[in-house]
Design a protein around this ligand. Structure first.
Ligand code: AMP
Length: 280
């Protein structure tokens, strides 16, 4: 496995791979890798000759300096994991390498970012847009792999690809979970041991709401029940619990036609911010 810190060295390597007609799959990450990331590497390997994974904790997508400071960084372990997973190349640039000048261009994703993560984390999706478009231009993959866990991110990236004409196939991969249902996340290592048993609550409440909506309950009632369920868990503080159309991400009054409803939630467990969703 090759490890690159510089854009120019990665470009040279990828140019020679492209000359050999190798197809390129790309998995952008912020490191602190877990089996969820591993599943994206597996999907990329299955569909491409070559898999590139980027590891970059992108400062411009953090609106909270404390969150950025406490984001886990485990580059050596990440590289070992990627090597074992059969990844071909890792791109781990410094912030200076990615942003030799502060980015001035701004992304505004309109209604897609006025809700949920975009509403609670102002500027977050601008940071995502800048870094993902830049990484796409550097790597120029044939296919890119993202997790459904970050559902709003997948919608924003899809929109950006349409608007900017990226000729890249977007693959959305299912959320990998711990045995109790907690969505795998790099932030899970920051969950205090005494909070860990409660962490699966978020997925349980999402599923309860899904069952109620499928039975005909209104979104409003489902939201009230969910808020009550979170309130009964003293360590949880709910940020949002939204029932939305999968494509527009706008709130809906009730269950949508099959496959088009998403319930998205964000909650703090102690100081750790967790997000999760179900789609049905
Ligand atoms: P991150 O390192 O958190 O920026 O995530 C990098 C990619 O991995 C994103 O496309 C995430 O959606 C995806 N990802 C994160 N957690 C999971 C998970 N539990 N299952 C599948 N994909 C995930």
């Amino acid at each position: 496995m090759e490890i690159f810190n510089s854009v120019s060295a990665l470009r040279l390597y990828l140019e020679s791979q492209r000359r050999d007609n190798k197809s390129i799959g790309f998995v952008p990450t912020m490191g602190a890798l877990h089996a969820g990331h591993g599943s994206l590497i597996t999907a990329s390997r299955a569909g491409n000759d070559l898999t590139v994974c980027s590891i970059f904790v992108n400062p411009t997508q953090f609106n909270n300096p404390d969150d950025l400071a406490h984001y886990p960084r485990t580059l050596a372990a990440d590289c070992a994991m990627l090597q074992a997973a059969g990844c071909d190349a890792v791109f781990a640039p410094s912030a200076q390498e990615m942003y030799p000048e502060p980015a001035v261009v701004k992304f505004d994703f309109g209604a897609l970012e006025r809700v949920m993560e975009g509403q609670f984390r102002p500027g977050h999706f601008n940071g995502v847009g800048v870094v993902v478009s830049k990484l796409f231009n550097i790597v120029q993959p044939d296919r890119a792999y993202f997790g459904q866990k970050d559902l709003q991110q997948t919608a924003v990236v899809r929109q950006m690809m349409v608007d900017l004409g990226f000729q890249i196939e977007l693959h959305i991969c299912p959320t990998l979970r711990e045995a109790d249902g907690l969505a795998m996340s790099s932030r899970n290592v920051n969950i205090l041991a005494q909070h860990r048993p409660a962490a699966s609550t978020i997925f349980r409440i999402l599923n309860q709401a899904k069952t109620s909506l499928l039975a005909g309950e209104s979104s409003k009632t489902a939201q009230v029940h969910a808020a009550e369920a979170f309130a009964s868990q003293p360590d949880f503080k709910l940020a949002y619990f939204e029932i939305v159309n999968l494509h527009t991400l706008q709130p809906v009054a009730a269950c949508q036609p099959e496959g088009q409803t998403a319930i998205c939630a964000a909650a703090f467990l102690g100081k750790v911010r967790l997000i999760d969703n179900v789609v049905f």
